[in-house]
Ligand binder design. Structure first.
Ligand SMILES: *Cc1c(COP(=O)(O)O)cnc(C)c1O
Length: 426
């Protein structure tokens, strides 16, 4: 038995399912998870000493790759000065300035420790600011594990939703309304029905938790218009897309100004940092400036902020995104051409350095398209890639991330492995 499988068996007695976050358990690909021993640059090594080219990147944060030298140095320097104070530090001002400079809609920002906290806090703020209760979200988008977000659509477009985890009171479902991604009409209908009690619309401007689904032309514009019309808050959940698809996030690509933005993943450079920010008038409602309560013992932690700030500085250097995107787009475009040439029943979606290969023909533009994918074929694909040293997320519905640590050689080798694997299994 491999060392990873031995460790997994041991972990299952101590940690629920053997993991500290469910998708890590490899359930949907019917394998034991790999236990990771180390990472450097584009590569990781498992507990058995096998090496992989890594396209998970800790689920998005590692845009610079693993154990990047400047990040390590920043963390080391910060650690020597003390790991936590629970008091303000100057670096928190620097990272706030940097975020505000980079993200067009953000005038004021509060740091938290995870994307889940960022979205929960942004939702509370939207409710506190508007005095309204309901939220519209989209089927297939993910906003962390807060109670209000773990609600799935009920049957029929206008009915209320239902909890998708035990432990979430059905009462929460009354305030969470679910629309279809890339379908602004479905949002408009909900607005018409509940117009006087909708506090906010929350959306991943590029959906990254049902694979990768870019917004159709006009979809985000229409959300902005509806929110203006009904005086409700538009929240862009850019926990995945922020500092990833563009230095200013998806909002800079599509040129839409949300009222609030949630950020995470890349913002911490691999350490736990997340944030929510937006219009000053709204953010000033957060305590202690205003009455909407939100707090955190380790928020703005010096090690985490040091890693995050250094990451934001590095990706702001001239040419950084041009180079990363060029490399990534070459890879995705040539894979897409190959699929077309071969006539394979696959769809490849991508935006700059994030992408998803769906085992489904004919394109994917919303949740109901995505779930038509052949997840058994995906599991075959995944298993073969692991055998051949390529590590992608163990689920059809996750993005793959290319980092600036991936070399042309890494990408060429990966393209070859993907091609021969697909030839074998399709
Ligand atoms: C990852 C993610 C979250 C949750 O962030 P955590 O740090 O895992 O709590 C929220 N929203 C989006 C869009 C994400 O991709």
């Amino acid at each position: 038995m491999s060392k990873s499988s031995q460790l997994f068996n041991k972990a299952k007695n101590l940690i629920p399912g053997g993991v500290n976050s469910p998708v890590r358990a490899f359930r949907s690909v019917n394998l034991d998870p790999l236990f990771i021993a180390s990472g450097k640059g584009s590569k990781i090594k498992d507990a058995d000493g096998n090496e992989y080219i890594d396209y998970v990147g800790s689920w998005g944060p590692l845009i610079l790759g693993h154990a990047q030298d400047e990040i390590l140095e920043a963390i080391r320097k910060a650690a020597e000065k003390g790991t936590s104070f629970g008091a303000p530090t100057e670096m928190e001002i620097q990272i706030a300035e940097k975020i505000i400079e980079m993200v067009p809609s953000v005038e004021m920002v509060r740091l938290v420790n995870s994307g889940t906290e960022a979205t929960m806090s942004a939702l509370r703020l939207a409710r506190g600011y508007t005095g309204k209760n309901k939220m519209i979200k989209f089927e297939g988008c993910y906003h962390g594990h807060g109670d209000s977000f773990l609600i799935k659509a009920g049957s029929g477009a206008l009915t209320l939703g239902e909890p998708n985890s035990p432990g979430v009171p059905a009462d929460f479902a009354r305030n969470t309304l679910t629309a279809d991604f890339n379908n602004a009409d479905s949002v408009e209908q909900i607005f018409k029905e509940y117009s006087d009690d909708i506090a906010c619309v929350i959306v991943e401007p590029i959906a990254g938790n049902m694979g990768v689904i870019p917004p159709d032309k006009g979809f985000l514009e229409k959300l902005r218009q509806l929110c203006d019309h009904y005086k409700c808050i538009l929240i862009f959940d850019e926990v995945m897309t922020g500092f990833r698809v563009h230095p200013g996030g998806a909002q800079a690509i599509y040129n839409i100004t949300p009222d609030l933005t949630t950020m995470g993943k890349v913002i911490g450079g691999g350490l736990p940092v997340a944030a929510y920010g937006g219009k000053k008038e709204i953010m000033e409602q957060v305590s202690p400036a205003g009455p909407v309560y939100q707090a955190g013992t380790l928020s703005g932690n010096p090690l985490a902020v040091a890693a995050g700030l250094k990451t934001l500085e590095i990706i702001s250097r001239p040419g950084y995104f041009d180079q990363l995107n060029k490399k990534a787009l070459n890879f995705f475009k040539s894979t897409k051409n190959l699929i077309k040439k071969k006539g394979w029943p696959l769809s490849l979606n991508y935006v700059n350095s994030m992408g998803c290969l769906y085992f489904k023909a004919g394109g994917v533009s919303n949740f109901s398209d995505a779930i038509q994918s052949d997840t058994n074929k995906f599991a075959d694909f995944f298993g073969q890639l692991i055998e051949r040293g390529v590590y992608i997320a163990p689920s059809q519905f996750e993005a793959m991330f290319i980092s600036s640590a991936h070399s042309e050689e890494d990408l060429d080798n990966t393209a070859k492995i993907i091609k021969s694997t697909l030839e074998k299994i399709l």
